[in-house]
Design a protein around this ligand. Sequence first.
Ligand SMILES: [Zn+2]
Length: 256
Amino acid sequence: MILVDTHTHLYLEQFDEDRTEVVEAAIAQDVKWMLLPNIDGDSLDDMKKLHLEFPNNCLPMMGLHPTSVKENYEEELRLVEKELQTGKYIAVGEIGMDLYWDKEYAEQQKDAFRRQLKMAKKYNLPVSIHIRDSFDIAYHIVKEESTDKLQGIFHCFTGGKNEAKQIMDIGFKMGIGGIVTFKNAGLAEVVETIPEKYLVLETDAPFLTPAPFRGKRNQSVYLKYIAEKLAEIKSKPVEEIAEITTKNALEVFTIE
Ligand SMILES: [Zn+2]
């Protein structure tokens, strides 16, 4: 079985004490690739360091996270572009809109999102999209920028059937994480209706830990609990879910 954690922040300080062991444990449990979405200029060095330690397993993305869009965002975007020019990244991410934490920079978030989508097209890379409390605005921007070539993941999908349909309409996929294992989240019922070819797996570690470890620090080795839950929802063997979701991930991300 080969699994891909399409969204994991293993370079963050929550893993400072045991990062190497955490990655090795994931690899030992079939998580062959861990895709690392960047947050901002401050997270970049730690992310690069992890990639250097595991160059074949921990693959970095470059982008400015919406919650890091502040007054210095022009400078941050210049850094994103400069890094993308090196050709060392598998995707532009994570990018998007987040009006849950702060609405102060809503306009700048929109601008940063659109410009990073344009960068993805320019450098021929897929995108990892973060959306919170702003689906309609963010979706509208993606739709305007979408082309046959632009591909990506709506990471941490927690929407309803209507949102899933809109995402499928533009040929994007959805990242399914720990929330699918939460009772009462209602996500399992929605995921049941989404064709498997639109689904990929993610942990979003260290956040959103799946059951039965809810409340503890999340890590990529727990990806199997998400795969198992998806197998249960789809009434299929977990090996088949692994095969399909890995194939889907490799359709979006070019991993050599
Ligand atoms: Zn993330």
